[in-house]
Ligand binder design. Structure first.
Ligand SMILES: [Zn+2]
Length: 105
């Protein structure tokens, strides 16, 4: 397991250590979960729907021209430029921008 995957834990701990909500001039101390739970929910839902939308399409590898559908578990945090996504081709194993395939439309 790569250690850089756990960098978010101290970052999240630092963010959640001070939970003060400012509304106008008033400052309210709120429990950490009032901010952490909705934030985690938004992140999980956005990853779910992004992964679903991307994995339902077919992409064309820019190196070998193979058509493939990426697996949902590989979606994570993908770099993208409009419709083009940085994906790893299952055929040539190279990672690069892949155009969506419009063959089945
Ligand atoms: Zn390829």
């Amino acid at each position: 397991m790569k250690l850089y995957r756990f960098v978010w834990i101290p970052v999240l701990g630092g963010i959640l250590s001070s939970c003060a909500v400012h509304i106008g001039n008033a400052v309210f101390d709120v429990p950490w979960w009032c901010i952490g739970v909705p934030t985690a929910l938004v992140v999980v839902l956005s990853l779910y729907f992004t992964g679903k939308a991307v994995s339902e399409r077919e992409y064309v590898c820019g190196f070998c021209g193979a058509h493939f559908s990426p697996k949902r578990r590989d979606m994570g945090f993908l770099l993208h430029d409009n419709d083009r996504y940085v994906l790893k081709c299952p055929h040539c194993k190279k990672r690069g921008f892949c155009e969506p395939s419009y063959k089945n439309k």
